[in-house]
Design a protein around this ligand. Structure first.
Ligand code: AMP
Length: 208
């Protein structure tokens, strides 16, 4: 894929990409987006700054705009990264889009998140701890999640979030597509990849 035009993206999304100055895909976007749009699981290694968010975000928004069912869940290790990813993805959506989103992070009042969840968001970005609080309280429904992104998974390992990640894998549908990013592959992460990913394609991009 040499340009975004060749992907057959909805006009509203192409318009947003133009508006955001996304004229040409970055190397990781070139590699990953066509594979993701074919439905493949991805095992990726790319740093922030390479356009990684667009690599998983553009196909996520394409999916949400072209299908009435299914949900996207993106998990990041920190609140700051979750907020940044949420902002980047909602920037791909038109203001009046019927696709609702929620940012589920710790250190924020539950009330605001509960209100967002009542609107049945199909795009959820969050950190593992707060996501699991919502799961325990039965305030989030992940049964329709068919596109799951784990970003900076090795940092989640360092922060002790692996049990939370495994729980999320176990309660989302087996048929979900998984995009898994990690700079390193320690044994705990290899085990998760082997257990939960289906024949993933490796995508690697060095820092630009
Ligand atoms: P990321 O690595 O996803 O955090 O992206 C780094 C920066 O590059 C962000 O400010 C993005 O908005 C920008 N960016 C990502 N992809 C493109 C692209 N194809 N064209 C122009 N800017 C981009």
């Amino acid at each position: 894929m040499e340009n975004f035009q060749s992907l057959g993206l909805p006009e509203a999304l192409m318009h947003k990409l133009e508006h955001l100055g996304f004229n040409k895909p970055t190397p990781i976007q070139k590699q990953a987006i066509p594979l993701v749009m074919q439905g493949r699981d991805i095992l990726g290694s790319a740093q922030t700054g390479t356009g990684k968010t667009g690599a998983f975000g553009i196909p996520a928004i394409h999916k949400l705009l072209t299908s009435k069912t299914g949900g996207v869940l993106i998990i990041t290790p920190t609140r700051e990264l979750a907020a940044q990813v949420h902002e980047s993805l909602t920037a791909f959506l038109a203001k009046q889009s019927s696709v609702k989103s929620a940012l589920l992070i710790g250190g924020e009042p539950m009330g605001k998140q509960l209100n967002r969840l009542k609107a049945k968001p199909r795009l959820i970005v969050g950190t593992p701890g707060r996501l699991n609080d919502h799961l325990r309280n039965k305030t989030v429904d992940l049964s329709q999640t068919d596109y799951l992104v784990l970003d900076e998974t090795d940092r989640m390992l360092d922060m002790g979030f692996i049990p939370d990640i495994e729980r999320i894998f176990e309660i989302t549908p087996f048929t979900r597509q998984v995009l898994f990013f990690s700079a390193t592959m320690p044994p705990e992460i290899t085990r998760i990849v082997q257990t939960f990913l289906h024949n993933p394609v490796r995508v690697e991009v060095a820092r630009q």
